[in-house]
Write a protein that binds this ligand. Structure first.
Ligand code: NAD
Length: 503
């Protein structure tokens, strides 16, 4: 096969990526920029403004002004909802262009990038509807008191996002944060800043007031945009999605300010297949679960635990199917696995592939796919017979690599499932109704799917336990995170009022 080493840049690429502050695109105050590579050629295709503390401060001040002096934070939910629906309309109308940009910048297959753009629009529609339907608690003490909850936006929310599904993950934070009346400063991942810059035009077209949405690009580390946002005293909330170790650092850096934190972190989720399961359905779902989104998926079922009596058959069929997964250029609609986001990440994944060769039995993949001598392409890779103390069993690889391990009993399956520091998702395949539920209750995971792929209703809580996260977002949990709940107490008459210092 002849390899094509470049993808044509999508139409409408800006000449460079800038910050967006107070309704205008701006460069960094000091003029700093960084290179952005496309993951097929690994060449710089654009420069992006690199934000520092001054740029973050400028964005935070704009967001604060919009919050305190603008109309957005006090607008009727019905009116905010209309703007949110318009945002969803614009995202839908630009879906093709968004997907093309996202796929070009991140290496995600174009069909999957399109799905992510549709999901982003859904996120806005969902919160547009939720804020209109929202009711708050009231508590009555007959004859004495009435109490109600006064829900208020908090102020400036700092949103820090990763590169794996950039646009969709940004929408997941942006939609509830602004739906509830906050202003935001978004700091997208430095590997994939392109789609984030498109929010500005979308919000302008939908009529979001200037200053409510601000964007600062750049690195995360100390002295750069991410760290400056976390440490900014006028940002009371940080919603972060990324690696667990970064989450720990952010937790520490936010502590002196006692910020509200939502942490969606890494995972090494088990997919547990019992002998009585529908094997074909389990194979299809677990193949999709780890190889879709290039394996760069927080909830990937990257450890498959299979009951020994069907283990060999499962491994054989799974490996055969993994070999048939189509690796290709991100812009090809036939592609199922595209290019990993960045050469640094490619090297990391390849180092795990090499390590896996000494930790397990390689049954599919194991390196670059044939015909792809350059670019960040990794063949879907399957290791069988992986022991629980292997690093490829314990550590998040975040690429198209899966470890398969046998078990003999339900107790052993549960122990293996829980035997990592992570606790994001779990998938259980069995036709035993009782077992599926008892297993779901005992497994250490924030989210469990029974006989199902990762299909998530937007109303359900999303979040992990252990090293996979802190707090939940999704549905009303997002509304809770982005609002204060002030309790108002009303005296209705006979309230017991002790009198001190009576004459
Ligand atoms: P990362 O932690 O390296 O970076 C995430 C973001 O944090 C980036 O924008 C980065 O610039 C910023 N950042 C880095 N250091 C920072 C600091 N000290 N202060 C403030 N910001 C900082 O993660 P990544 O490599 O971009 O993303 C992959 C990780 O994200 C994986 O571990 C994956 O599991 C996780 N993830 C989790 C979920 C979830 O919902 N649980 C979803 C998607 C991805």
């Amino acid at each position: 096969m002849t390899q094509q080493t470049t993808v044509t840049p999508p139409e409408g690429l800006p000449d460079r990526i800038r910050h967006y502050i107070d309704g205008a695109f701006v460069d960094s105050l000091g003029g700093a920029t960084f290179d952005v590579l496309d993951p097929v050629s690994n060449e710089t295709y654009i420069q992006a403004a690199s934000g520092g503390p001054d740029d973050v401060d400028r964005a935070v001040q704009a967001a604060k002004r919009a919050f305190h002096e603008g109309s957005w934070s006090t607008m009727l939910p019905r009116d905010r909802s209309r703007v949110l629906h318009r945002i969803a309309d614009v995202v839908e109308s630009r879906g093709e262009q968004l997907a093309a940009m996202e796929s070009f910048d991140s290496g995600l297959p174009i069909t999957q990038a399109s799905g992510q753009a549709r999901r982003a629009a859904e996120n806005f529609r969902f919160f547009a509807d939720l804020i209109v339907a929202q009711t708050d608690d009231a508590f009555k003490v007959p004859g004495r008191q009435a109490n109600y909850v006064n829900r208020k936006p908090i102020g400036v929310a700092g949103l820090i996002t990763p590169w794996n599904t950039p646009f969709m993950l940004e929408s997941w934070k942006l939609a509830p944060a602004i739906a509830t009346g906050n202003s935001v400063v978004l700091k997208p991942a430095e590997f994939t800043p392109l789609s984030a810059s498109l929010w500005a035009g979308i919000f302008e077209e939908a009529g979001l007031p200037a200053g409510v949405f601000n964007l600062v690009n750049g690195y995360g580390e100390e002295g750069y945009a991410g760290d400056s946002l976390v440490k900014h005293p006028d940002v009371p909330l940080i919603s972060f999605t990324g690696e667990s170790t970064t989450g720990q650092l952010i937790f520490a850096n936010a502590a002196p300010h006692l910020k509200g934190l939502s942490m969606e972190l890494g995972g090494k989720s088990p997919a547990v297949v019992f002998a009585d399961a529908d094997m074909e359905a389990a194979i299809n779902a677990t193949i999709f679960g780890v190889f879709s989104l290039n394996g760069e998926r927080c909830t990937a079922g990257s450890r498959i635990l299979v009951e020994r009596s069907v283990y060999e058959e499962f491994v054989e069929r799974y490996a055969a199917q993994a070999k048939r997964v189509t690796v290709g250029l991100p812009d090809d609609p036939e592609t199922e696995v595209g290019a990993l986001v960045h050469p640094e990440h490619f090297e990391k994944v390849m180092s795990y592939v090499e390590l896996g060769k000494s930790e397990g039995r390689l049954v599919a993949g194991g390196g670059r796919p044939e015909g792809f001598e350059t670019g960040n392409f990794v063949a879907p890779t399957v290791f069988a017979d992986v022991a629980p103390d292997a690093r490829i069993f314990q550590e998040e690889i975040f690429g198209p690599v899966v470890a398969i391990t046998p078990f003999d009993t339900e107790e052993e399956a549960l122990a293996l499932a829980n035997d990592t520091k992570y606790g994001l998702a779990a998938y259980v395949w069995t036709n035993d109704l009782k077992r599926s539920h008892t297993f779901a209750q005992a497994v250490e995971a924030g989210m469990v799917w029974l006989n199902s792929n990762n299909v998530r209703d937007l109303r359900t809580p999303f979040g992990g336990v252990k090293a996979s996260g802190l707090g939940h977002e999704g549905g009303y949990r997002s509304i809770d995170f982005y609002t204060d709940q002030q309790a108002v107490h009303i005296n209705l008459g006979e309230v017991h009022n002790p009198v001190f210092g009576k004459a």
